[in-house]
Design a binder for this molecule. Structure first.
Ligand code: MRU
Length: 353
């Protein structure tokens, strides 16, 4: 079984001939496979806000190509600002925008910016493949894994972060069974992770979010493997709403918790999870389903779409630079220094627009 067989889906593509960004419309999956073409930075920012493209690394990559479209239109400064503001929680978005701004500041023209966007895109795929190997090495033979949201090819340049670890573990014969939470309210697990894994010949069982603790209690899983939208200097993890509850349940049942991220998700400039901007989305996402209202008219809703898992609940943080067990401020600093990264917080992964 080759690894390529387990990595066929692509969410973000640049059409060189047309000079357009082509996004797989994730609002329509799995019912329809349709693509949305973006010709302006504004269209890219709208697509990010509306979740046509989603997942921290994928929105960073889309924003990088959005910057190319803005530069081509002669509106780079406004374009970068609009793109950085499209969603608040994933630090990869501000990171990619800052990288494009720096490249423009160093004199890059439209072609130079396109080259930078392609580099960001290619680096993400390479990072995912590497962290797949690093993370899979932790999994015991024949283990069951539970994942949350969608962290796969749909959320990245390809292969995925947490789902990349699971792909690599499956290809190596280490992972015997994969469970995915449905991930209410947007159903990234039931709609996207299940579709993507089946497309790549990896069987998966979807569980209701509320079934996770019972699954752990039954002994069906040994690992919870998730991604993140931002990991702060002390190792706190912002990820899809429900991750915190899963990590608490995992600790109570002796299930180990792995967080897999590219280093573009590390935010050394933010001290702890308390300082992470959490996105709140429309009440309709909670009160309705498939465009159909399901709660009584007049019902209110509280809809934070990310939560913060304290570092103390994480057993291992996996990056393309290596893994950090029981992550804390000091260990993350060492990881940053060892890789020659910026860990003083002055110009690290923080929105700057
Ligand atoms: O709201 P979404 O679907 O963009 O949320 C995505 C997540 O929470 C993912 O777990 C995270 O971005 C990591 S994706 C590799």
């Amino acid at each position: 079984m080759t690894l390529e067989r387990h990595d066929r889906v692509r969410a973000v593509q640049w059409d060189d001939a047309a000079g357009e960004l082509v996004l797989l419309d994730q609002r329509r999956l799995p019912v329809e496979v349709v693509h949305k073409r973006c010709r302006t930075a504004e269209a890219v920012a709208e697509a990010i806000g509306a979740m046509v493209v989603r997942g921290a690394p994928a929105i960073g990559i889309a924003a990088a190509y959005g910057a190319v479209l803005a530069a081509r239109a002669g509106t780079l400064a406004e374009g970068l600002e609009m793109l950085a503001a499209a969603r608040p929680t994933a630090v990869n978005l501000g990171w990619a925008v800052a990288r494009m701004r720096d490249r423009a500041g160093a004199g890059a023209d439209v072609d130079g910016l396109l080259e930078e966007a392609r580099t960001i895109h290619a680096e993400d795929l390479a990072a995912n493949r590497r962290m797949g190997e690093v993370g899979a090495a932790y999994l015991g033979d024949g283990c069951g894994v539970l994942t949350h949201c969608n962290t796969g090819s749909l959320a990245t340049a390809g292969f995925g972060t947490a789902l990349g670890v699971i792909r690599a573990g499956w290809a190596a014969g280490r992972v015997a069974r994969v469970f995915a939470t449905e991930t209410r309210p947007w159903l990234q697990g039931a709609r996207l992770t299940a579709w993507e894994l089946l497309a790549d010949d990896i069987p998966v069982d979807v569980i209701a979010d509320g079934a996770a603790a019972a699954l752990m209690q039954s002994g069906g899983v040994q690992w919870l493997v998730v991604g993140a939208d931002r990991v702060t200097a002390n190792g706190d993890v912002a990820n899809k709403i429900g991750t915190y509850a899963l990590a608490l349940a995992a600790r109570a049942h002796g299930v180990r918790v792995m967080v897999a991220i590219p280093s573009s998700t590390l935010d050394f400039a933010t001290a702890s999870g308390a300082d992470i901007p959490i996105e709140y989305r429309s009440a309709d996402e909670v009160l309705g389903f498939g465009g159909q209202h399901i709660a009584a008219k007049g019902t209110g809703a509280w809809n934070p779409v990310f939560d913060v898992t304290p570092a103390a609940l994480v057993d291992v943080l996996v990056t393309e630079r290596g893994a950090v067990e029981a992550p804390n401020r000091e260990r993350l600093r060492r990881l940053g220094h060892a890789a020659g990264g910026d860990v003083d917080g002055s110009s690290s992964n923080k929105e700057t627009a």
